[in-house]
Design a protein around this ligand. Structure first.
Ligand code: NDP
Ligand code: ZN
Length: 350
């Protein structure tokens, strides 16, 4: 019998999540049931419930949340990687075909059958997936991550999305001691990019619209803070960066960031998915052999590698733990960009 659990669910397009219930499936032989303790709030949750990416394709309710940590509560008959009581996490994906070339290459995020943690259909039984704003989740063991003992569970939750989404491009573009890295936007992803790039030895500059975030950027380790709306400050950093990771969630002018790259440097968009206005001038890109790229989360193997790296370096997200009833005010602050860390829901308050 499926189990009914308490949750926060968006009940129709454009509506913020409210207290509700959903059903969790019985365990399959390779499933793990997790008692969720904390779930981070990603700006993607807001895009979903505000229908910024269109109304949800698989209908409502939508239970957001893909930065999930908790303890293993039950395991299926064939589970071998985890045991009851282990500290575990779940990120943006809960399944994929596991047989195609991208899955075999540990890039499950590009599989044609990727099952996302919420707003997706289970590839085996066609049921809707519900995310981490709930008491429990049932996930195939391949997609469950191990949380290192050195990490506090609430501070580790945002690593499951904000951490891997910024770690992956930092690694792909070979960040090392002496690399000059720029990060655009000091929010959930931005502050993780900053911490991870510093741990890899980079010199890091934070680009922000908000003068009020300068002190926090420095406290988090930024070597330099640039107000992105100030043309003089932008001019002063032209031609400096090997890599810039742009986490801004909405359309904005990326041309000034192209100008800030060294020849052969790369601007990697992770925040906004859509047509860019004003359009990108390709002249500097071509004349200086630069790259304009995008990046989507990371595979399961790389996510575990990122968690182990964070465990070794004791890297966690800066967090504000909130009660479930304060979700809407947290969402409003995120919409305004008035946050420089992650909100994490204490799931015991559901
Ligand atoms: P946050 O809201 O935590 O941070 C975004 C930051 O962007 C803000 O703090 C602000 O920083 C800056 N910003 C600039 N313009 C705006 C604006 N118009 N409105 C709001 N903020 C603005 O978001 P997250 O870090 O959680 O997510 C960032 C984006 O990344 C989202 O679009 C999300 O969907 C996407 N995402 C992509 C993933 C991927 O795989 N590619 C995975 C996860 C998330 P400042 O004040 O410093 O300018
Ligand atoms: Zn996310």
């Amino acid at each position: 019998m499926p189990t009914k659990v308490k949750c926060l669910a968006s009940l129709e397009a454009g509506k913020y999540p409210v207290p509700s219930t959903v059903a969790r499936r019985d365990l399959r032989s390779d499933d793990i049931e997790i008692k969720i303790l904390y779930c981070g709030i990603c700006h993607s949750d807001i895009h979903h419930v505000r229908s910024n990416w269109g109304p949800d394709g698989y209908g409502y309710p939508v239970v957001p949340g893909h930065e999930i940590v908790g303890k293993v509560f039950r395991v299926g008959l064939e589970v071998s990687k985890f045991k009851v009581g282990d500290s575990v996490g779940v990120g943006c994906m809960v399944d994929s075909c596991q047989t195609c070339a991208t899955c075999k290459n540990d890039r499950e995020q590009y599989c044609n059958s990727t099952t996302f943690t919420y707003g997706s259909l289970d590839r085996r039984d066609g049921s809707r997936t519900y995310g981490g704003y709930t008491e429990t989740i049932v996930v195939t063991e391949k997609f469950v991550l191990s949380i290192p003992e050195t990490l506090d569970l609430a501070g580790a939750a945002p690593l499951l999305c904000a951490g891997i989404t910024t770690y992956s491009p930092l690694r792909r573009w070979d960040t090392h001691p002496g690399s000059k890295v720029g990060v655009v936007g000091l929010g959930g992803l931005g502050h993780m990019a900053l911490k991870l790039a510093k741990a890899m030895g980079a010199d890091v500059t934070l680009f922000s619209r908000s003068q009020g975030k300068a002190e926090d950027a420095k406290r988090l380790g930024a070597d330099q803070f640039v107000i992105s709306s100030d043309p003089e400050q932008m001019k002063a950093v032209a031609g400096q960066f090997d890599l810039i990771i742009d986490t801004v969630p909405y359309n904005h002018d990326v041309n000034p960031y192209v100008k800030a790259l060294v020849p052969e440097g790369s601007l990697v968009l992770v925040g906004y998915f859509g047509p860019l206005e004003p359009t990108v001038n390709s002249a500097p890109l071509v004349l200086r052999s630069q790259n304009l790229a995008g990046s989507l989360i990371g595979g399961i193997k790389e996510t575990q590698e990122m968690l182990d790296f964070c465990g070794q370096h004791k890297i966690m997200s800066d967090i504000e733990v909130i009660n479930a009833r304060d979700l809407h005010s947290a969402y409003e602050r995120l919409v305004k960009g008035d946050v420089m860390q992650r909100f994490v829901i204490d799931i015991t308050t559901l």
